[in-house]
Design a protein around this ligand. Structure first.
Ligand code: ARG
Length: 459
């Protein structure tokens, strides 16, 4: 098959084609390429650079090519190097000279920057909407569990009693920031590279505002030398996905732990669990484990493009062709990860009793006893802290939890302690005592749910 006509007769080696080509992966950008070419051709026609007949032919040809690609009829040949050249060659085959005129006042440098930006902008919105669905699920789970006690932890050690709704809303807060990152990347990068040509603009009387508007961009970029070599928009989506993957991984780690017989806090639905090939009794959390594991490739993609970009002189360099596979991979990974995470959360069973039982370990209301001694009995906090420490030491010996201690037992340590202490040591009361803004009390958790739900609805 003949190659795309280029200025000089270079690059005949097949080995070069194999090394140089991006077609086998950048064909993913065919829709964006056709969209960009249509906007470019329409603008050239309005500016009197192309005729109406040329435009009609180009439009018809490009739409046919789109159909051919979607029907699997299009022949992809790596000799064409990339999707831009492959479509242009096919267009010229189909419509003749008008196809050759399409590339007037355009370079593949602004073309690829435009196509890839259109792609990442679309994905910013898709990922934002997928996160929104996970947030809605977290909200539903949280609403059901504002009085479900579980041990709040620091250092993975029992610390203070919290409720499961509060725990879920912590993840809501993380994923909300992720959503906002995709949103702000979209806003910041909604700028059109088209018309920058190779690096320095073009002598043709083009209208960059027109193509920017046509493609849904806010305005054309201001400096073309930067634009054709800028891949910050790609790095941003890679970073946003990396942070999202880190959050998904943290939640997945908890799901793995909670599903173990040591915790037994949640049971994942059979639909999203797997079996062992040898141990018939096993139900494995492959989904959260894989979600946790996917973080590796996603971080790799970010570091890989950061490294590609770090030594590049202005302006376009072929190195940037290495920008695409990692972004496609991270986007696909994030898309399926969010979709399956949402299903896992929707279908998991929360074992309230196991959570409640776990709060009886680790003296979760020890801080409340110290606070009681400070507030009711006038102790300095450090003295109260020390006294409670010695009580906990004793309780450990008798394998008893501080929430089950009787008044007479407490009075053996300090005669000043009175009946009103008992309600302070109750675990639900302890949770509800933390009523400061952002705290874990049932009413504070409900307030958080209300604030976050309002934000979600207004999105
Ligand atoms: N396939 C190339 C890429 O993805 C397109 C741009 C090529 N431009 C050039 N002057 N070689 O970056």
């Amino acid at each position: 098959m003949a190659k795309v006509a280029t200025g000089r007769d270079l690059g005949k080696s097949r080995l070069l084609d194999e090394f140089n080509a991006s077609l086998m992966f950048d064909k993913e950008l065919y829709k964006e390429d056709i969209k960009g070419s249509l906007a470019h051709a329409s603008m050239l026609t309005k500016q009197g650079i192309l005729t109406d007949e040329d435009f009609a032919d180009i439009q018809k040809g490009l739409l046919q090519i789109k159909d051919e690609i979607e029907n699997g009829e299009f022949i992809f040949d790596i000799g064409d190097e990339d999707i831009h050249m492959a479509i242009e060659k096919r267009l010229t085959n189909l419509i003749g000279d008008a196809g050759k005129r399409l590339h007037t006042s355009r370079s593949r440098n602004d073309q690829v920057a435009t196509d890839f930006r259109l792609y990442t902008q679309k994905q910013n919105i898709i990922l934002k909407n997928l996160i929104k669905e996970v947030l809605a699920t977290l909200l539903e789970v949280a609403k059901e569990h504002t009085s479900t006690l579980l041990p709040g932890m620091t250092h993975l050690q029992h610390a203070q009693p919290i409720n499961f709704g509060y725990h879920m809303m912590a993840y809501f807060a993380m994923f909300k920031r992720d959503l906002e990152r995709f949103e702000s990347s979209y806003k910041r990068n909604n700028i059109s590279p088209l018309g920058c040509a190779a690096l320095a603009g073009t002598p043709y009387p083009i209208d960059r505002d027109e193509t920017a508007k046509e493609l849904g961009f806010e305005h054309p970029s201001i400096n073309c030398l930067d634009t054709v070599s800028d891949r910050d928009f790609a790095l941003e989506i890679l970073f946003n996905i990396s942070t999202l993957a880190m959050h998904i991984s943290r939640l997945s780690e908890e799901l793995v732990l909670w599903g173990s017989s040591e915790f037994n806090f949640v049971v994942l639905s059979d639909d999203y669990s797997t079996s062992s090939s040898i141990m018939p009794q096993k139900k494995n959390p492959d989904v959260p484990e894989l979600l946790r594991g996917k973080t590796g490739r996603v971080y790799g993609n970010l570091i890989s493009l950061l490294t590609v970009m770090k030594g590049l002189p202005l302006a376009y360099n072929k190195d940037t062709q290495e920008d695409k596979e990692g972004v496609f991979d991270s986007v696909k990974t994030a898309t399926i990860s969010l979709t399956i995470l949402n299903e896992v959360l929707k279908t998991m069973w929360v074992n309230k009793d196991a959570m409640q039982m776990a709060t009886k370990k680790g003296h979760l209301s020890a801080t409340d006893l110290a606070d009681y001694l400070v507030n009711q009995k006038g102790y300095a906090f450090r003295d109260a802290y020390k006294l409670v420490g010695s009580i906990v030491d004793e309780l450990e010996k008798s394998k008893k939890d501080i929430s089950d201690i009787s008044l007479s037992e407490l009075q053996k340590f300090d005669k000043n302690i009175t009946e009103d202490v008992i309600e302070k040591l109750d675990l639900k009361n302890s949770m509800n005592a933390r009523d400061s803004f952002g705290g874990t009390s049932e009413s504070s958790t409900k307030q958080q749910i209300e604030i976050f739900e309002k934000w979600l609805h207004e999105l």
